[in-house]
Design a protein around this ligand. Structure first.
Ligand code: IPM
Ligand code: MG
Length: 358
C-alpha cells in the first residue's frame, strides 16, 4: 500500500526532527512492505518569510489530498505576537485544526521504564508507573470564541475572549474518550471547572449521560485545579483524561514533564475524516535549532501514532515504539535526557539508532 503524507516541517527544530521521523517511516515501510509519497506543505513562520502569511491559501486542500499529516513545530520569537493574525505562526496551527476538523487531540504521557530516573517526582510515585492519555478537545472553547478589545468609561481598555461549547462538541469528544478508555484500562476522568463555569456544567451533564451508556467504563469528575495537583501527587491513578481545549493545553504540558522530558511525547489530532495530523507536543525550540541537539523521539513516536490511528497498522506502530524503548534501555540519551556529565548523542544519531533497531 502507498500512503501519501503531507509534511509540515515548520520552524526551529521542526525540519530536523521531521527528517528523522521520515527516515524512520521509510525503514518501517521497507520492513513491512509499504511505500510513501511525501508532499511538502509550507506553514508557520517560514511561510510568513516566504509568502507573507503563516497559513497560505490552499494549505488545508493540500493536506486533505493526503492520508495523514506530519508536523514538526511552528513559531518562534522571530515572529513575535503580531497584531495581524496572518502574521502569527500560531494562527496557522489553529486554522489547520479547524479546517481539517481535528477536534480530538490525543496526548499520551507514559513514563518509559528506561527513563524512570528522569521522572522529577518522588521515587515511590515513579515506581507506581505513569501511563495516561489526555484527550483534549481541540476545535472549540476559548481558543475559537470571539475576541474583543474596547475602551471602557473608567477602567481603560478592556479585552474579552468568549468560551462556548455546544452539546454536539462535548458529546463527540466524550465518545472518543470513552471508546479509548475501553481499549485501555477502562478508566475515564473528565476534567472541568463545574463549580464556576457554565460551559463546564453543560460539559459535565453530557459526560454523565455518556457514562450511563458506557457503564463498563469507570468514570469520575475531577475539577481542573485538583487535576493539576493530582498529576504531580499520584499520576498513576489516571488512565484516560478528557477535557476542554485550554485545560487540555495546560495539563498536557504538566503531564509531559512528569515523564522526564517534553522531547519524548507525541500527539495525534483526529476528526471524523482523514487526514489526521501528528506532531510532537514540544515547540520549535529556536535556541537549539540547526545544531543537531533536538530530541527526535517525540516526532518519531508521532509517526507510530499515525500508523496506529490513521492506517490501523498496530504492528508497525509497536515496531517503532519497541525500537525507541530498546535504544533508551541501552542508555542512549539526547541532551534533554542526559544527566549532568552523561554523554549525549545528536538528533541524527538518535534517529539512526532507532532505525537500526527497526
Ligand atoms: C499546543 C500549543 C498550541 C496550543 C499553541 C502553539 C497555539 O501550545 O499545541 O499545545 O495552545 O494549542
Ligand atoms: Mg500547549
Amino acid at each position: 500500500m502507498n500512503y501519501k503524507i503531507a509534511l509540515i516541517r515548520g520552524d526551529g527544530i521542526g525540519p530536523e526532527v521531521v527528517d528523522e521521523a521520515v527516515k524512520v517511516m521509510l525503514a518501517v515501510g521497507e520492513k513491512f512492505g509499504h511505500s510513501f509519497t511525501f508532499e511538502d506543505v509550507l506553514m508557520g513562520g517560514c511561510a510568513i518569510d516566504a509568502v507573507g502569511k503563516s497559513y497560505p491559501e490552499g494549505t488545508a486542500e493540500k493536506c486533505r489530498a493526503c492520508d495523514a499529516v506530519l508536523l514538526g513545530a511552528v513559531g518562534g520569537p522571530k515572529w513575535g505576537h503580531s497584531s495581524e493574525a496572518d502574521k502569527r505562526p500560531e494562527t496557522a496551527l489553529l486554522s489547520i485544526r479547524r479546517d481539517l476538523g481535528l477536534y480530538a487531540n490525543l496526548r499520551p504521557a507514559a513514563l518509559r521504564p528506561a527513563l524512570a530516573e528522569a521522572c522529577p517526582l518522588k521515587k515511590e510515585t515513579a515506581e507506581r508507573g505513569i501511563d495516561l492519555m489526555i484527550v483534549r478537545e481541540l476545535t472549540g472553547g476559548i481558543y475559537f470564541g470571539r475576541r474583543e478589545r474596547y475602551q471602557t468609561q473608567d477602567r481603560g481598555e478592556e479585552a474579552a475572549d468568549r468560551m462556548a461549547y455546544s452539546q454536539m462538541e462535548i458529546e463527540r469528544i466524550g465518545r472518543r474518550a470513552f471508546e479509548l478508555a475501553r481499549l485501555r484500562r477502562g478508566k475515564l476522568a473528565s476534567v472541568d471547572k463545574a463549580n464556576v463555569l457554565e460551559t463546564s456544567r453543560l460539559w459535565r451533564s453530557v459526560m454523565h449521560r455518556l457514562a450511563e451508556e458506557y457503564a463498563d467504563v469507570q468514570y469520575e469528575d475531577v475539577l481542573v485545579d485538583n487535576a493539576a495537583m493530582q498529576l504531580v501527587r499520584d499520576p498513576g491513578q489516571f488512565d484516560v483524561v478528557v477535557t476542554e481545549n485550554m485545560f487540555g493545553d495546560i495539563l498536557s504540558d504538566e503531564a509531559s514533564m512528569i515523564t522526564g522530558s517534553i522531547g519524548l511525547l507525541p500527539s495525534a489530532s483526529i476528526g471524523d475524516q482523514a487526514p489526521g495530523l501528528y506532531e510532537p507536543i514540544h515547540g520549535s525550540a529556536p535556541d537549539i535549532a540547526g545544531q543537531d541537539k533536538a530530541n527526535p523521539i517525540a516526532t518519531i513516536l508521532s509517526v507510530a501514532m499515525m500508523f496506529r490511528y490513521s492506517f490501523r497498522l498496530a504492528g508497525e506502530a509497536q515496531a517503532i515504539e519497541g525500537a525507541v524503548d530498546a535504544v533508551l534501555t541501552e542508555g542512549w540519551r539526547t541532551a534533554d535526557l542526559a544527566r549532568p556529565g552523561e554523554a549525549a548523542v545528536g538528533t541524527a544519531r538518535m534517529g539512526e539508532l532507532i532505525r537500526e533497531k527497526i
